[in-house]
Design a protein around this ligand. Structure first.
Ligand code: NDP
Ligand code: 2IT
Length: 451
């Protein structure tokens, strides 16, 4: 089959799933040369099989809000691929969650998890539940109702969920408590647990830290470093907060953060004090980013209009860009603005934050580009380290976990470059990540027969 035929095949079967098709398209552009080289992969229909979830579970979540009214949400778990390990991937609670969004995330997760070197398959789940404006009690009630059904489909050797948008330490606590009560066993069935009840040190920081370690590796490959680099960061949640922290630690200057309403531009850059304020604002008070501009002098706040043709955050002058909020937050026009503003490196903290057109602009301009499945893999990698500690009944120190995270990010970086070179795309991290991830999973599927 030609590249266009593969795409057509997936399109026909998933006609109304734009996010999933976008993720498949991006991977296919890179792995088509691998399919061309390996007749055995084509014969075994490995690409066709990888784009079909092994299992897609959809369920009703019914719960009572604080007024005593009945609420009905949809819950899902996409068990995408278990060729190299138990299904592994986060849970997302956001009103935009659909099967298409979760299938794109689960598909990305297959290759990301393969790149970490830890045996984990790909999965993703979540709900269209909107945590915004809900009371603590409502969050707990929802998590209990959600796990009431999910518990039937997961365990620590089958499928191990974690956090994603709208699911952090608080939600993992409620989900874990419910699972333990239903099953009457204490296992590592979720990652991102609290320290003291099975969680791993550094897991909270891991995605943001790993992203910046990855970027540092990219810069070092060119004899450069993050020192003195002006960095644009979007988002203000888990990934953004710890990306900003690590940028500061490595001598860079983070000048922006955002939420779904707007962004702040702090020309002087984040400091430890300012970041502590942001963490408290977002993780404890769950307020809006605008407050940051009200609190600190010299900070500019601007609304973001989700319907506008570009996001003004990406039109600021900078050296590096780290989108850490959500999918498709950097479009073609944003990419052109980034290039105009002097950006030399774009590394994705979020999953699929750059559209295909945006990626093409970035690559054509010679900007170093890291796809999320490589640069944000530190989170799931540290989840893998949490699973290992749980299986062993041990807790590693902060230094041990951080050292392993740094080694894993360097390993992914080097793996991407080696695969890109082998397939005639030197320096192309996107091609390298997709090819290396695909090859690992393909070989496992090939060995395990037609199942
Ligand atoms: P959080 O829920 O902690 O934070 C999400 C941030 O993104 C918030 O600032 C939120 O703003 C903003 N955001 C969410 N949806 C939208 C939207 N539709 N438009 C604009 N802004 C939006 O999530 P995480 O930080 O955990 O996740 C961020 C990204 O990183 C996601 O793409 C996720 O898949 C990815 N990721 C997360 C990992 C993890 O370990 N947590 C690992 C690897 C990738 P607001 O407060 O207004 O909602
Ligand atoms: O997108 C991701 O890699 C995550 N949300 C983390 C998944 C995990 O299992 O830690």
């Amino acid at each position: 089959m030609l590249l266009a035929d593969y795409l057509q095949y997936v399109k026909q079967r998933n006609a109304h799933e734009p996010e999933f098709l976008q993720a498949v398209d991006e991977v296919l552009q890179s792995v088509y040369p691998v399919l061309e080289r390996h007749a055995e992969f084509r014969k075994l229909k490995l690409f066709e099989r990888m784009t079909e979830p092994e299992r897609l579970i959809s369920f009703r979540v019914t719960w009572l809000d604080d007024k005593g009214d009945v609420q009905v949400n949809r819950g899902y778990r996409v068990q995408m691929n278990s060729a190299i390990g138990p299904y592994k991937g986060g849970l997302r609670f956001h009103p935009s969650v659909t099967p298409s969004v979760l299938k794109f995330l689960a598909f990305e997760q297959i290759f990301k998890n393969a790149l970490t070197g830890i045996p984990m398959g790909g999965g993703k789940g979540g709900s269209d539940f909107d945590p915004k404006g809900k009371s603590e009690n409502e969050i707990m009630k929802f998590c209990q109702a959600f796990m009431g059904e999910l518990a039937r489909h997961i365990d620590d050797r089958t499928d191990v969920p974690a956090g994603d948008i709208g699911v952090g330490g608080r939600e993992i606590g409620y989900l874990f408590g419910t699972y333990k009560k239903i099953k009457n066993e204490f296992t590592g069935v979720l990652t991102g647990k609290g320290i003291g009840w099975g969680g791993s040190l550094i897991r909270t920081e891991a995605t943001g830290y790993g992203l910046i370690y990855f970027a540092q590796n990219m810069l070092q490959a060119k004899g450069d470093s993050l020192k003195g680099k002006v960095c644009l960061v979007s988002g203000s949640g888990n990934v953004a907060q710890y990306a900003i922290e690590k940028i500061m630690q490595l001598g860079g200057k983070a000048v922006t953060a955002s939420d779904s309403n707007g962004f702040v531009y702090d020309e002087a850059g984040f400091t430890t004090e300012k970041l502590e304020f942001l963490k408290e604002l977002k993780n404890v008070r769950r307020g809006r980013i605008k407050e940051y501009a009200d609190k600190f002098k010299g900070v500019v706040y601007q609304d973001i209009d989700a319907k506008a043709d570009h996001n003004p955050l990406w039109a600021l002058k900078a050296d590096c860009a780290f989108p850490c909020a959500t999918q498709n937050e950097v479009n073609e026009k944003d990419a052109r603005n980034l290039v105009k503003g002097g950006v030399k490196l774009l590394a994705e903290g979020a999953n699929m934050p750059t559209t295909i057109e945006g990626i093409n602009v970035i690559l054509d301009a010679g900007v170093m580009y890291a796809p999320g499945k490589a640069s944000n893999a530190g989170g799931v990698a540290t989840s893998g380290l949490e699973m290992t500690q749980n299986y062993m009944g041990q807790n590693w120190t902060r230094e041990e976990v951080d050292d392993k995270l740094q080694d894993i990010m360097k390993g992914i970086h080097d793996t991407c470059l080696a695969a890109a070179k082998e397939y005639g795309k030197p320096g192309n991290y996107m091609a390298g990540a997709n090819i290396a991830g695909f090859l690992k999973v393909a070989r496992a599927m090939q060995a395990q027969g037609v199942i």
